[in-house]
Design a protein around this ligand. Structure first.
Ligand code: SAM
Length: 140
């Protein structure tokens, strides 16, 4: 996906000028560049990730982001009365699996996890397919 995106969508001059660096670690370690981020984007990641992986991403965001940083992430919401994913492994295609699949989360659970880390969550009005975007930042 990354190679295709770089080839098809990013002009060569932009790549040469910006010189982006990429890392593929599978344990959501945001500290591999020893840099603090202003923005983190996880599109269609929490719709496959386990609760423990989401908690890890939030912990890493707190540790490796600047004070005004924004974390944009998309989720599939658990419908009213529907339980959220409780497993401890990724669901869907990955470097380890060719099987599709998605998971759902309750917004209240995500808000609780954010609150524990002094983070605030806003649900954005703009969605992708049936996923909703969340904007996470430090609580004021
Ligand atoms: C549904 S795709 C979304 C890709 C991209 N963000 C987009 O919106 O097009 C999920 C991606 O997460 C990757 N992935 C799965 N498990 C991962 C892990 N433990 N760490 C990092 N990436 C993982 C998958 O290989 C896949 O490329």
């Amino acid at each position: 996906m990354l190679e295709l995106g770089l080839k098809e969508f990013i002009p060569a001059a932009t790549l040469a000028g910006k010189a982006p660096r990429f890392d593929h670690n599978s344990d959501f370690n945001f500290g591999v560049f020893s840099e603090k981020f202003d923005y983190v984007i996880a599109r269609s990641i929490w719709s496959h990730a386990a609760p423990v992986q989401i908690k890890q991403m939030l912990d890493q965001f707190v540790k490796w982001s600047t004070p005004e940083a924004v974390f944009l992430t998309s989720i599939l919401k658990a419908d009213y009365g529907q339980d959220q994913y409780r497993g401890d492994t990724w669901v869907g295609r990955s470097h380890e699996s060719d099987s599709g699949g998605v998971v759902r989360y309750r917004l209240e659970w995500i808000k609780d996890e954010c609150r524990r880390r002094s983070l605030a969550v806003d649900e954005l009005k703009r969605n992708i397919l049936d996923q909703v975007w969340l904007r996470i930042s430090r609580a004021k």
